[in-house]
Design a protein around this ligand. Sequence first.
Ligand code: NI
Length: 177
Amino acid sequence: MAILKVARLGNPVLRAPAPEVPVADIARADFQRLVDDMVVTMREYDGVGLAAVQVHESLQVAVLEVAENPRYPGKGAVPLSILVNPIIAPLGDETEEDWEGCLSIPEIRGLVPRYKRLRVTALDRDGKELDFVAEGFHARVIQHEVDHLRGHVYLDRMPDLSTLTYLTELARYGANR
Ligand code: NI
């Protein structure tokens, strides 16, 4: 397994909508290796999620895991999940704002509104169909990662860019609002 280089904002790979993973490719060794490498890369950089486009692979696959993450303390746990070709639909129109960061936009946080509840359908790394409801921070991470697969970053979802702050300044001065 290998720690992969993470594409940073400005790299065109982050702005191109990723094509679906052909179902027949899921069992291939190179696809399975990509998933393994994405997991170790996410953990290496203390991410809670990572989309394939962030490691220069334009494919609809994302990994996520929330387990007492030092970058997001107190946010609850989400077991390691692999989402291939995910589709999300909001359940209700209730949204909430919270801080987000992104490994492709280092050191920065901004307040982003997201749907509180989602229905998620996807395939897992074995090609098995997933169909579940995600809420709260779990739903937020999934919306962030699916945005990556569509060529969006969280900055595009911010109604008020004045909340942007460096992490060190957020700790020092608190929210800028
Ligand atoms: Ni991100």
